[in-house]
Design a protein around this ligand. Structure first.
Ligand code: NAD
Length: 298
């Protein structure tokens, strides 16, 4: 029997997830406020509805993959939100929302008899397309077990982080603090090397054969910075949000993050000098300006 799933937020990450669920024989009903996103899903075999509430009146399980915590709250609890639907039984948030937003949303869902799981993902657009994302789940253990086969269609590596809502979200923030720090500090190092006359390709080759190797040197620089295509698919606004949420969580729990605070400043600078929609790899260009260097010709 085909299982019906609702999906809200069919963007860079959500779009490929919908396609993978369809390919795994799930019947997917989508809502997005972009007609382009809806059209792409419908062309792949999904059906569409006109609001979150309508979706929650139609299906028992709803996944959301939305940009910001405020948008997630509006879609979940707003006037026309999922919480008001008559059929929904489980709400699963794949977005990076942060624990402080996940908890009150889960409480409001619970009051309406809806089980909430947080299940943020990592692995980028390439991982979403390949269905190889890491999925960090928290919430009731039974609900996680019930939905795990479906989550495995989105990501090969499903981790059950714990039963407390928000644990999966915090796990994701910790991961993105590491990844955002790697991208910022690799850009700083490459800017310094260029100023001293070392070729960018040489630096990346040496890092990747040495102890400076990280996700920026292995994937982001070779695919989107050295090529000057700046198209890794994760934007500056999202990166700043994740690093900010991580620092806020550290402050709330009384944990010091010296390096993390510097990472936050680096991304605040990238956001201030550019646009939220800039690809996150554009941070390299900001460091080029700060160091007063020209990217060397091959
Ligand atoms: P995106 O901006 O590409 O997609 C978001 C989608 O949500 C769009 O289709 C947009 O139209 C839709 N949307 C926005 N507001 C809406 C609303 N009010 N109602 C309905 N639909 C709405 O973002 P993305 O890159 O796919 O990221 C989504 C989430 O996944 C974010 O929380 C992000 O932090 C997280 N994430 C992204 C990546 C990545 O590499 N892009 C990786 C891991 C996690």
């Amino acid at each position: 029997m085909t299982t019906e799933i609702g999906f809200i937020g069919a963007g860079n990450m959500g779009g490929p997830m919908v396609k993978n669920l369809l390919a795994a024989d799930y019947s997917v009903v989508v809502y997005d406020n972009s007609q382009t996103a809806i059209d792409a899903c419908v062309a792949a075999g999904a059906t569409a509805v006109g609001s979150p509430k309508e979706l929650a009146d139609t299906v028992e399980t709803v996944l959301v993959c939305l940009p910001t915590p405020d948008i997630v709250r509006a879609v979940a609890l707003g006037e026309d939100g999922l919480v008001h639907g008559g059929k929904i039984k489980t709400y699963i948030d794949l977005s990076t929302t942060g624990p402080r937003m996940a908890m009150p949303i889960a409480e409001a869902m619970e009051e309406a008899g809806i089980i909430a799981l947080d299940a943020p993902v990592s692995g980028g657009v390439a991982g979403a397309i390949a269905g190889s994302l890491a999925v960090m789940v928290s919430g009731p253990h039974n609900a996680h077990g019930h939905h795990r086969p479906m989550l495995e269609k989105i990501g090969k590596n499903v981790f059950y982080v714990g039963d407390k809502i928000g644990m999966g979200q915090l796990m994701k923030l910790l991961n993105n603090m590491l990844s955002g720090t790697a991208l910022a500090v690799t850009s700083e190092a490459v800017a310094l090397g260029i100023k001293a006359g070392i070729a960018p390709q040489m630096m990346i080759d040496v890092f990747n054969a040495s102890s400076g190797r990280n996700t920026a040197t292995e994937a982001k620089f070779p695919n989107a910075v050295l090529t000057r295509s700046f198209d890794i698919g994760f934007n500056t606004g999202l990166m700043f949000k994740d690093v900010r949420l991580c620092i806020e969580e550290a402050e709330a729990l009384g944990v010091t993050m010296f390096v993390g605070s510097g990472t936050r400043q680096a991304w605040a600078h990238a956001l201030g000098k550019g646009e939220p929609s800039d690809d996150s790899t554009v941070i390299m260009q900001h460091y080029e300006k700060l160091a007063a260097i020209e990217w060397p010709e091959d």
